[in-house]
Design a protein around this ligand. Sequence first.
Ligand SMILES: *Cc1c(COP(=O)(O)O)cnc(C)c1O
Length: 398
Amino acid sequence: MHSLISDTSAVKFGRYGGLFVPETLVPPLAELAKAYQRLMKCEDFKEELNLALKTFAGRPTPLYYARNLSQKLGRKVYLKREDLVHGGAHKLNNTLGQALVAKKMGKTRLIAETGAGQHGVATAIVGANLGFETQVYMGEVDIERQKMNVYRMQLMGAEVIPVRSGSRTLKDAINEAMRDWASSFDHTHYLLGTAAGAHPFPSMVRDFQSVIGKEARSQILQAEGRLPDSITACVGGGSNAMGIFAPFLEDEDVRLLAVEAGGRGLGKTDRIADHGASLGLGTDGVLHGALTKILQDPYGQILESYSVAAGLDYPGVGPELAFLAEKGRVLTKIADDKTAMRGFHALSKLEGIIPALESAHAVGYALQEPEALGDLAIINISGRGDKDLATVMDYENL
Ligand SMILES: *Cc1c(COP(=O)(O)O)cnc(C)c1O
């Protein structure tokens, strides 16, 4: 791998981002960037995407005033309900957008990587719906851990390809998908699952997810007549956070709180970081085609991340969030497994909403530091918790 940064302003966020990829991947990334730029200016494309978001994904999602949680926290708290998107999380906002781009580019096959299987499922959904051949790379270890999602993908006609290299988890699956794409891009689109990777993925995924923030902005203005004091979102690779933050970046009075996985605690052993807090605790390095903040040892070897929420278990973070955190526009916070479990139970009991364990990190953080939210807060509920029930039951029995 070597650096191949061409044009600067469009592909970078401060020193983060860029295109750190093998030369074979430069043509497909350039083709994608060009097609995407053209389509985002095309009214027909935008209409088609909006119609799919409305009639298939179920948008707009509500901005719900959480009365009981508000009372407990002593301030007004609204929940952005991405748990109600088809598939149970925000991920479909991105897979729908990218699949439509791929279709317009004349591609007939989708490939994706998945860790917990959530992005694989969201890709299988659009693959079936829009008529693509779909193959999903997944680490052998993850296949074993996530049987339900493997079966969901298969039900929708996707093929799950086991990855046996490295630690046989997400980062190895990403490497395999990139390798596939280098030789298949004439007919294949690589559908990356978060706002990370080489240009144009971080910008493109942010744009497709920013529907969350655009809706939330007009919904809070409608309900309260003003912008919120804070917005809180959990961070894995950063797509739900960038999606809800993006339309508020210019509003300096809106505090943007990015909550990362503290895992079992913040101690590090040799090859393992027992958390997923790459934004707060990582250092500069290259992962999956971009310069960003990553969890690495002193020799630049990627550490294995960990979180009870599989969707936050990624050793890197999107380059734009790394940039915004460094600038101080986004504030980095950490919630560990225990805090997330507290958030999970609290939201279930108080509001009758069972959040994904990922989203429960944002809720748990709010319970832990309510003063940070100000008087009027939005918390992004990135997904629903049905997928996590077995994990929570196991955790309680430890
Ligand atoms: C995948 C996932 C996340 C983490 O991904 P981001 O790209 O950081 O948003 C968060 N919440 C849910 C429910 C997820 O499925």
